[in-house]
Write a protein that binds this ligand. Structure first.
Ligand code: HEM
Length: 203
């Protein structure tokens, strides 16, 4: 099907406006989660909810080029043109994740230490380092300062580190509920989708 002339329309948010909408949506979602349950359980739910909104935004950025190559059309063109803003939306979502984690640690330090480990802090800390650097180099001026080859290497390394972080954090929860197999399958499919054209070229 040729989707080149179908949606998205000129009304579909783009660029900084898209990031504004995403940030507002994420803040409203966080406010709703906490309004429904202002206890520590609500804060823990917010940590889980933002992990999932982060996954969604991450996957949209992670698969943008592959999707545009595989299904050229208006939607995938929108996705690829806006991947920088989808990535920044992911950074906003993960900032709320971090704020909720800090709130959890303050409200219930004992439960927080049971739910996290030193390994968590090291791998999560590196992930947050990548998120900060990727976000900081997602502006025209900083990207130009870094230069195209270094920018590409940095963003590739960051994307794959975050992909691994998601696989580990969701994977660890499979013993709690088999539903956690679902994000793992989605992450593996996204990786295969990204690497597939490269694998075909090597044949
Ligand atoms: C130092 C950094 C981090 C800490 C201390 C941390 C802490 C936590 C905690 C305590 C939970 C469990 C919340 C609960 O159920 O009560 C959680 C859930 C989660 N976190 Fe983080 N996190 C960190 C960074 C990250 C990063 C970088 C990612 C992914 C890139 C991530 C992805 C997740 C996921 C996928 C879940 C499970 C969500 C669910 O149950 O659906 N976290 N995190």
């Amino acid at each position: 099907m040729n989707t080149a002339h179908t949606l998205p329309s000129s009304q579909t948010p783009q660029g900084w406006r898209l990031l504004g909408f995403l940030s507002l949506g994420l803040l409203l979602l966080a406010a709703a989660v906490l309004a429904l349950d202002p206890s520590v359980e609500g804060v823990r739910r917010l940590i889980r909810v933002t992990a999932r909104t982060s996954l969604l935004l991450f996957l949209l950025a992670f698969t943008a080029s592959a999707a545009a190559r595989q299904w050229p059309g208006a939607w995938t063109r929108w996705q690829v043109r806006n991947r920088r803003y989808l990535g920044l939306g992911f950074a906003v979502s993960h900032t709320i994740h971090a704020l909720a984690i800090a709130t959890f640690a303050q409200l219930d330090p004992v439960a927080f230490h049971q739910a996290s480990s030193v390994g968590n802090f090291i791998s999560g800390g590196i992930a947050y380092g990548f998120i900060a650097v990727l976000a900081a180099t997602s502006f025209d001026a900083t990207a130009a300062w870094l230069g195209r080859p270094a920018w590409q290497r940095l963003h590739l390394a960051g994307m794959y580190y975050l992909w691994i972080s998601f696989v580990i954090t969701f994977g660890k929860r499979i013993p709690m509920s088999p539903v956690y197999v679902l994000p793992i399958v989605v992450l593996l499919l996204a990786l295969a989708f990204r690497l597939w054209p490269r694998a075909r070229r090597l044949q």
